[in-house]
Write a new protein. Structure first.
Length: 257
């Protein structure tokens, strides 16, 4: 059926926007970071993305009400001539090969339509244990862009060959596909404990610190611990439901609900 893109705010004019992607993945470091930024910057709903290929589940939110899984694009207008910001976040992302490619291709097409100036994707590097001070690695499809990141003193490591393996999901595909459409794109990968129910809070913090400098957000990082905890409970509940779904989807269904 493909991916349906519903525009929630029409005639929105954006100035050379930068798109930051943070969907569920290892440790959910990317999602945690983007959800924090959406909340802290008071970014607004812009586009809703859905598909019949999304998991056949619904979540129960903090108010005890049922919600369907969602993927949304949020926007934040900036002052002056600075690039406006777009944030891609959601409860799920496709994990099957074809669906992941189709989804990422849809996002790249949307990025071209919105004249996205740069794409930054976020993800995790799975470790056997959680560490207090995770390293963040950066790579890109463009040596020029990677050199630009190096010059910004972002406290990232770019010696990724032999350290970072294949980058699965939207975090990798969006960067690879962006090259074909001449959109500069980079990925930031934070170390985190590789366990399905782990929330990579420490990794997310490091990503936010880097984005705070890279995007000139001027956030109060001291507020980070309190704000992330507000998101933590909901993410954990959604993770548990998703984990159950992934474990059960290949078994014979004996009930509905």
């Amino acid at each position: 059926m493909g991916w349906k893109i519903k525009t929630l705010k029409r005639n929105l004019k954006l100035n050379r926007p930068i798109l930051v992607e943070g969907l569920p993945g290892i440790g959910n470091v990317g999602k945690l970071a983007v959800d924090f930024l959406v909340d802290e910057l008071n970014a607004k709903d812009f586009i809703e993305i859905s598909s019949y290929d999304m998991p056949n589940m619904a979540f129960v939110n903090e108010e005890g009400l049922v919600e369907m899984p969602k993927i949304k694009l949020y926007y934040k207008k900036t002052k002056g001539n600075s690039s406006d910001l777009l944030f891609l976040s959601g409860d799920v992302q496709p994990t099957e090969n074809r669906l992941s490619h189709e989804f990422s291709n849809s996002i790249i097409g949307l990025s071209k339509k919105l004249n996205v100036h740069e794409i930054i994707t976020l993800g995790g590097i799975g470790l056997s244990k959680e560490i207090k001070k995770p390293k963040v690695y950066c790579t890109s499809h463009s040596q020029k862009l990677l050199d630009n990141y190096k010059k910004r003193n972002l406290k990232i490591k770019t010696n990724v060959y032999g350290v970072v393996g294949p980058i699965f999901g939207a975090s990798g595909l969006l960067v690879g596909m962006a090259k074909e459409k001449n959109i500069p794109a980079a990925v930031l990968l934070a170390e985190t404990f590789n366990h399905p129910l782990n929330l990579g809070i420490n990794g997310a913090k490091e990503l936010i610190k880097i984005l705070n400098v890279r995007l000139n957000l001027k956030l109060d990082i001291k507020k980070l611990n309190l704000e992330v905890k507000k998101i933590e409970k909901q993410i954990k509940e959604n993770l548990e439901e998703t984990f159950k779904y992934e474990n059960e989807k290949d078994k014979d269904t004996t009930y509905i609900g």
